[in-house]
Design a protein around this ligand. Structure first.
Ligand SMILES: C[S@@+](CC[C@H](N)C(=O)[O-])C[C@H]1O[C@@H](n2cnc3c(N)ncnc32)[C@H](O)[C@@H]1O
Length: 265
């Protein structure tokens, strides 16, 4: 065990990892040389990647405020990523101090760093689990300690589902989670796409990484919302989802769809 509480052999520093590439591109320090090199190749292949990730993070903030303002007090954030200020519970608690947050990630480094930073208050939990086993997530005792599945939950799947291959059946995964949620719950989702520019070179960067990048079309992303009703403005590129200020020039190239939807039935 390292002092962060994970086993050193669990950390693969020989291959780039999505969480650490993302951390590097957002200006964080929790990344290694392999991640920095991959991030730089990614930027060369897709120059809008850095503003795109910032816009994704800004969408996350607006969407969290939206669901909390709509009355939800429990958030299940799957694919948390390395801590990035402001973190989800900080955004949510600025709007309502009684919000409870369960964080899930399958990266032991994320779970350890996030665990140290985010679970101090007792109203958050950080769980090492895999989205590809959605039942395992909703049945996890540390999640059940925080989340009451009889009351509305906001399920956050932000910039994670593109790390699931078609063989992982992302639609089935989301449907399993949806079925565990009561009416009045929300789905907050963003997903990478190649609809606005050719992103095959960006995809190639992830071929050596611990997870592949699976770009999906608008129609494929819309299907992930089955059983939910999208709130206005529907599925949009991240900068255009209820922007606080007009999106800057170049936003039209950003390859991330975003949507927030409510479970009605
Ligand atoms: C790009 S980061 C997104 C972080 C945050 N949601 C955001 O949008 O700012 C994706 C995160 O998903 C995690 N992840 C990827 N595949 C996963 C899986 N199958 N189960 C759980 N977490 C996963 C990665 O470890 C990484 O931390």
């Amino acid at each position: 065990m390292t002092q962060d509480g994970f086993r050193a052999e669990d950390i693969d520093t020989s291959r780039p990892h999505p969480a650490r590439i993302y951390d590097y591109l957002l200006g964080g320090k929790d990344n290694y040389e392999v991640d920095q090199e991959a991030a730089e190749r990614l930027e060369a292949a897709a120059p809008e990647v850095r503003p795109g990730l910032r816009a994704n993070r800004a969408f996350l903030q607006r969407a969290v405020r939206y669901v909390v303002d709509s009355g939800v007090r429990q958030l299940l954030d799957i694919g948390t990523g390395l801590p990035t200020s402001p973190n989800v519970h900080e955004i949510a608690r600025a709007a309502a101090p009684d919000v409870r947050v369960a964080y899930v990630d399958n990266d032991p480094i994320v779970a350890a760093h996030a665990g140290a930073l985010l679970s101090a208050s007792g109203t958050n939990s950080v769980v090492l689990a895999d989205l590809r086993d959605p039942r395992g997530v909703v049945e996890h005792p540390d999640i059940r300690r925080i989340i009451d599945f009889d009351r509305p939950v906001a399920l956050l799947l932000v910039a994670i589902l593109h790390f699931l291959t078609d063989a992982d059946e992302p639609e089935r995964v989301v449907a399993t989670l949806r079925d565990a949620l009561p009416a009045g719950s929300y789905l907050v989702l963003s997903h990478a796409t190649g609809d606005f520019a050719d992103r095959s070179e960006a995809q190639a960067v992830y071929q050596r990484a611990t997870a592949s990048l699976n770009l999906r079309t608008r129609a494929q992303v819309e299907r992930l919302f089955d059983g939910f009703e999208l709130v206005e403005p529907g599925l949009a590129q991240v900068p255009y989802w209820r922007p606080d200020t007009p999106p800057p020039p170049g936003s039209e190239l950003i390859g991330f769809y975003a949507g927030v939807a409510r479970k009605t039935g």
